[in-house]
Design a protein around this ligand. Structure first.
Ligand code: PLP
Length: 460
């Protein structure tokens, strides 16, 4: 029988096995085999427990995904029942119940006419598939040159060949070859680090002007899509100026450029709504990608929802004999889809979206209160996602290595005091499970505040 660590082996043996054999998605190769990552063993609600038995509040909800929290019997039961009923079928030749129901459920949750869904295995494959659909679409429409993807510096869209190319974060790139010939990068809508002397209103005009100039320079007949997170999550919770998405969507519509809203992080409740594109940012894009929160991270699943109007241009009599193949073995995997259906049911039954809308103002107010501390340059967020940006020299235009060291130290203190935060460069990013209570927010903020103060004391 597996023990608490989920294995026949004990924690020490497993730590050793990981050191010897496991390659993580973020590996400092010079230190391969020498780094010991904390081993987590169990989870319950907003807490996880490590192999030493220490309970930790899960500030990032895994990796922006554990919406309904850990140890939910409903999801485990749904997974188990479907694994026994029908563990797999080929989506090429047959259809399974959970995938059909989930496609219909998601179609009812997305804005506008985004009524068709393609399932993948996670966020990278969701975005990759959406981008490949753009290629398919323009080829069928006889526009083989309309392929450039516009995206933003500091955006993150995944780790496939194509999605990594669209990810404008320098840290994701060293020593990989990227499909950069198909991508054009625009400025990050980083209000905090906007050019000196610009008001927020001027900054919006600058971003829109840059977009229009880029479209003119490349030529609209060479641009297939604009790919954008509603808020740049891994880029440090960058929330664009009010009106940004709406105005860019207008430009896209004028030039027949598809608008892909990457809701891998914001989808399924993070901002208090099923999707943020329309409810928070006022746009109905052509494609929405999702993953993570769709199953609350219990099992892998991702996908994209597509507008019927767009689909109609390359299907039926407009298909011109084309065959759409994006041949994922696990597209619409029955066990993953069953987990997603159970997850959606829990979110609905427990009123979790309304809970997020109720509690988010308190969470954001508490986050903002940290701004008074000396090492904090900026705080920002919306819904249940926030960032504390560490800045030691407010005059420096970029974060310094020292700022990054500050966030690492804060992270370290938080861990010692019982909170996981996600340090990204000089930023501590938080996106707790959506079921977090007011008392748990108080505990999170108290630990974060104490850790910032401890770091401040160390640096004196
Ligand atoms: N898109 C966004 C906005 C993300 O934040 C991520 C991952 O964090 C991805 C795509 C890639 O998702 P995955 O890691 O599930 O492949």
């Amino acid at each position: 029988m597996p023990n608490d660590v989920g294995s026949q082996w004990n924690a020490a043996e497993l730590v050793e096995a990981a050191r010897e054999h496991l390659i993580s998605p973020a590996e400092e190769m010079a230190k391969l085999g020498t780094v010991t990552r904390p081993m987590l063993t169990t989870g319950d609600g907003v807490y996880v427990t490590n192999a030493q038995g220490r309970r930790l509040l899960d500030g990032p909800a895994g990796m922006w995904c554990t919406q309904i929290g850990y140890n939910r019997r409903e999801i485990a039961d749904a997974i188990s029942a479907q694994a026994l009923r029908l563990s797999y079928n080929s989506p090429w030749y047959s259809v399974n119940g959970p995938s059909a129901e989930l496609a219909a459920r998601i179609a009812s949750l997305t804005p506008g006419d985004l009524d068709h869904v393609f399932f993948t295995t996670g966020g990278s494959s969701a975005v990759d598939s959406a981008l490949r659909f753009v290629q398919f679409y323009n080829n069928v429409l006889g526009r083989p040159d309309k392929k450039t993807i516009l995206c933003r510096i500091d955006g993150y869209h995944g780790s496939t060949h194509l999605t990594a190319a669209c990810s404008g974060r320098a840290g994701n790139r060293p020593n990989f070859d990227l499909a950069l010939d198909t991508v054009s990068f625009l400025s990050a809508p980083n209000v905090y680090r906007r050019p000196k002397g610009m008001t927020e209103a001027d900054f919006l005009e600058f971003l829109i002007g840059e977009f229009e100039d880029r479209v003119a320079a490349i030529g609209p007949d060479r641009i297939g899509a604009f790919l954008a997170e509603p808020l740049l999550a891994s880029g440090g919770i960058l929330i664009p100026p009010e009106g940004y998405h709406r105005r860019i969507l207008d430009i896209c519509r004028r030039h027949d450029i598809l608008y892909i809203s990457d809701e891998v992080v914001t989808g399924f409740g993070r901002c208090g709504h099923w999707f943020a594109s329309e409810a928070v940012f006022g746009i109905t894009p052509d494609i929405i990608t999702f993953a993570k929160g769709v199953t609350s991270g219990y099992v892998p699943l991702g996908g994209f929802a597509l507008s019927d109007a767009v689909l109609a241009r390359v299907s039926g009599e407009n298909a011109k004999g084309s065959f759409y193949t994006n041949g994922y073995t696990y597209s619409g995997h029955p066990v993953s889809c069953a987990a997603a259906l159970a997850n959606i049911e829990v979110i609905e039954r427990d009123g979790i979206l309304a809970h997020v809308r109720d509690i988010a103002p308190y969470f954001q107010e508490q986050i903002r209160s940290l701004k008074q501390l000396p090492l904090v340059g900026d705080t920002r967020g919306t819904g249940l996602v926030a960032c504390v940006e560490c800045v030691t020299d407010p005059a420096a235009p970029e974060a310094t290595d020292f700022d990054k060291e500050v966030s690492r130290r804060i992270d370290h203190h938080c861990y010692e005091l019982g909170l996981i935060v996600r340090p990204i460069g000089n930023m501590c990013v938080l996106s707790p499970p959506l079921v977090i209570t007011k008392a748990e927010i108080d505990s999170l903020i108290a630990i974060l505040r104490r850790s910032i103060v401890l770091t401040q004391d160390e640096l004196r």
